[in-house]
Design a binder for this molecule. Structure first.
Ligand SMILES: Cc1cc2nc3c(=O)[nH]c(=O)nc-3n(C[C@H](O)[C@H](O)[C@H](O)COP(=O)(O)O)c2cc1C
Length: 333
């Protein structure tokens, strides 16, 4: 049986972004952050190509797999398969507003059916010894967030959920794209704080709009954990200080240069297995933000890194653009 991974700081599940290579990269930057997979539907886990959907590298632990679905039996079956694959947590998606997901009657529209979500959680808990958590919104459409969030939280916690991650805004299921649904409905952190105050014993994490470690850390006065999505992906360097700030442990690397060097063996192994450099470096474009040479770094990766034969030297040359620009600047200063 796995232990409950600490959710003090986590990186959000993000489709197309938090694939295994992204997670391996984030793991080099922080040894302790809990990393979430992209959402995988229960049926994909049951019927799909498991190596592709569920495969990961051992160094990615602790790692939570996010499932999408609303059929308790299928979710239980999928959860059992994921437990066998060694994941540390199963998370249920009750926050995605996309049409495809709504069409399958899962994701955010489940905010309207707390009893069904509770059945899903209970079915998974009956099948696996792993922690099962739920990632949800404050509500959808015309729902009153006071009632909708309480109803969902009470139901899933009564069903045995081991934690709740709340994306602190509603989702509008009609008229907004998934991207707009991550920005337009206003954030309401106070609503999440009130949930935690009402349920002090329940592990509650807050997600949405956190862009710095300092603002994220301030949330810990109100909730048990924070989850960062876009900021972690777009400015991955902020993960370099997570271990010290959130877990009281030494950070693994002094800077992004050291982290990239430490990541080289992983990249080399991927290339040796026939993979492409771009599979990995596409997740590294946000390194060195605002620094001299950062644009040249990104340009080199964008032009040379996408070529099928691109090797580690392409990454090294790109990183050297930043090093050289910094050296030039320090000579001038
Ligand atoms: C590209 C992208 C893909 C996403 N895919 C998922 C997903 O698969 N499952 C999920 O629960 N949330 C998904 N989200 C939402 C994030 O997990 C998170 O809730 C949202 O971005 C708000 O957090 P942030 O402001 O820190 O980015 C996605 C977000 C982005 C930007």
């Amino acid at each position: 049986m796995s232990t409950n991974p600490p959710r003090t700081f986590s990186v959000a599940p993000m489709m197309d972004w938090t694939d295994r290579h992204c997670r391996a990269f984030h793991r080099v930057l922080s040894a302790r952050a809990l990393l979430y997979t992209e959402m995988v539907t229960a049926n994909a886990v049951i019927f799909g190509d498991r190596d592709r959907l569920l495969g990961y590298s051992p160094q990615e632990h602790p790692i939570a797999l996010q499932l999408g679905g609303s059929d308790p039996e299928a979710l239980a079956k999928a959860a059992a398969i994921c437990a066998d694959w060694g994941y540390d947590e199963i998370n249920l998606n009750v926050g995605c507003p996309s049409d495809r997901v709504q069409g399958g009657n899962f994701g955010a529209c489940l905010m309207r059916d707390p009893a069904l979500v509770a059945s899903c959680v209970a079915a998974m808990k009956a099948e696996v010894a792993l922690p099962v958590t739920v990632k949800c919104r404050l509500g959808v459409d015309e729902q009153d967030p006071e009632e909708a969030l309480d109803a969902l939280a009470d139901s899933v916690l009564a069903a045995g959920a081991d934690g709740l991650i709340v994306h602190a805004r509603k989702a509008w299921l009609q008229g907004l794209s998934p991207k707009e649904n991550r920005d337009i409905p206003p954030l309401d952190y106070d609503r999440v704080y009130r949930l935690k105050a009402r349920l002090p014993g329940a592990p509650i994490s807050l997600n949405g709009g956190l862009t710095t470690l300092e603002t994220a850390q301030a949330q810990l006065a109100h909730v048990d954990g924070v989850m960062l999505g876009r900021a972690a992906y777009q400015q991955p360097e902020l993960l370099l200080r997570v271990d010290s700030l959130f877990f009281g442990e030494a950070d693994g690397h002094a800077d992004a240069f050291a982290a990239v060097e430490a990541f080289e063996p992983y990249i080399a192994a991927h290339l040796a297995a026939g993979g492409r450099l771009h599979d990995i470096t596409r997740h590294m474009l946000g390194l060195f933000p605002g620094r001299p040479g950062a644009r040249a770094y990104r340009r080199h990766l964008a032009i040379e890194g996408v070529k099928p034969e691109a090797g580690l030297d392409v990454l090294r040359i790109a990183v050297n653009e930043v090093r050289r620009a910094e050296e030039r600047r320090s000579l001038v200063a």
